[in-house]
Write a protein that binds this ligand. Sequence first.
Ligand code: ADP
Length: 528
Amino acid sequence: MLLFSRRVSRVLAAVSVHSKFATPPGGIKMSTKAHSDSQEATKKLRDAGLLLSRALIGDKWCEAFDGRTITVSNPATGEFLADVPFMGRKETELAITVANEAFPVWSQKTTAERSKLLRNWFDLLIEHKEELGRLMTLEQGKPLKEAIGEIVYAAGFVELYAEEAKRIYGEIIPAATHDKRLIVLRQPVGVVGAITPWNFPLAMITRKVAPALAAGCTIIVKPSEFTPLSAVAAAKLALQAGIPPGVLNIVIGDAPQIGGALLESTKVRKITFTGSTQVGKKLMEGSAATVKKVSLELGGNAPCIIFDDANIEVAVRGALAAKYRNSGQTCVCINRILVQDGIYEEFAKAFAQAVSGLHVGNGLEEGVTQGPLINPAAVAKVVSHVEDAVAKGARVLVGGKTHSLGRTFYEPTVLADTTPDMKIFCEEVFGPVAPLFRFKDEKEAVRLANDTHFGLASYVFTENISRAWRVAEALEYGMVGLNEGLISTEVAPFGGVKQSGLGREGSKYGLDEYLEMKYVCFGNMASS
Ligand code: ADP
């Protein structure tokens, strides 16, 4: 057990802890079945001790110092899930102090010890994947099967970095003179501040926390205020796994205040962020004052190029998976489908037919493949993109309007005859809308695909191996899926170029983001 300074212990003791649950607000239309599914799921989670409505600083489950809270609700039904603390600068400063005090002990553990504790955490995440998946569906909306898939994916980062922890090697560099020995040590960066979004409430956290902890860093995580419950539940399991208090802290609340405290602190040596390009730029700018190491995983505008020589069935399946996963709310979701003239009509017909088979609804219901969007603002953005496209001549092949389930639901949509002057060509729609652009030849396809400030994921469908190779090389993107729509895996480097970000997450490379090199020069070694 880690010992905190007296000052920290005093402040933590002053933080009151209580739990509060309310009945869902009235006035929201939902079926009796949806209501009872949600009620049953929340009860199971409470019984399992995984529906926690507090932040974690050290080993204390905390409220905001001034008692302010923010409500987390189910995007599918509008039902109340929990009131969580709305923290700010002061609580974040406390979390930084606690993480800083935990750093010497954690960083000096052997890699084998850190590896073992991460492995314990992985085991607990997998053991509770069903409950954690339910919790994720409740707060984020994605279908249960997809949510459980995310838990397994998220746990995969913990398992991977439990293994990679053992391979944090140094190096010996041959010296140019006999009297010197040159050594490179790899050491943890220090205290890390992590800010994460709502679209992957757990995977975006573990892909930061696991390598940070493996490297020997301690961390303060600010999850999205829309989806903090998965983060808190996972943090509880981390404590249960034996990860010492103070190593992983969760603060929830006022994003600019929390971000500001992390940026200004000289103790925080690294900022890692997943979210919008706009906020990422602010964090990069804010990191300059104390010259922090920065990793950014920002927006995308993913193209999917379908050539005349593509296997239509493979292309439809791949595009469907890459576009409609999480109802189109991922930064690697296809934003633009570029289809070659010769295959355009045939692809459009087959794709529209596949999209019309998607099943929209509450993610807890059996057979649902498309959940709600995160909130009504997200729906409003989709509506504005579709209206803009239709006003400029796009044809609606499927969908094209808000779903009859109302509020946060939008129909899976396919638009044909879209053109680069439409908003959807340049901006991420972040919803279930697939626009089909037309192109003549390979050169035009590559030009259109690269005609964006972003460069995260891209997809290509062709049966021609030389074309596949050529186009993959020409695309200005951090990731390319060739005849494949699902490319994310913990064992491969995930990240973007241009305004899509800096650094890589996952794989052995993801660990480098949390390590500094130290060069040690032994001199006067020749004389006896
Ligand atoms: P999205 O549009 O996907 O929600 P954001 O970039 O707005 O993307 O949010 C991603 C994360 O960044 C969330 O945790 C959010 O609370 C946080 N965030 C938003 N604004 C700021 C800010 N000014 N400083 C620090 N974090 C922020």
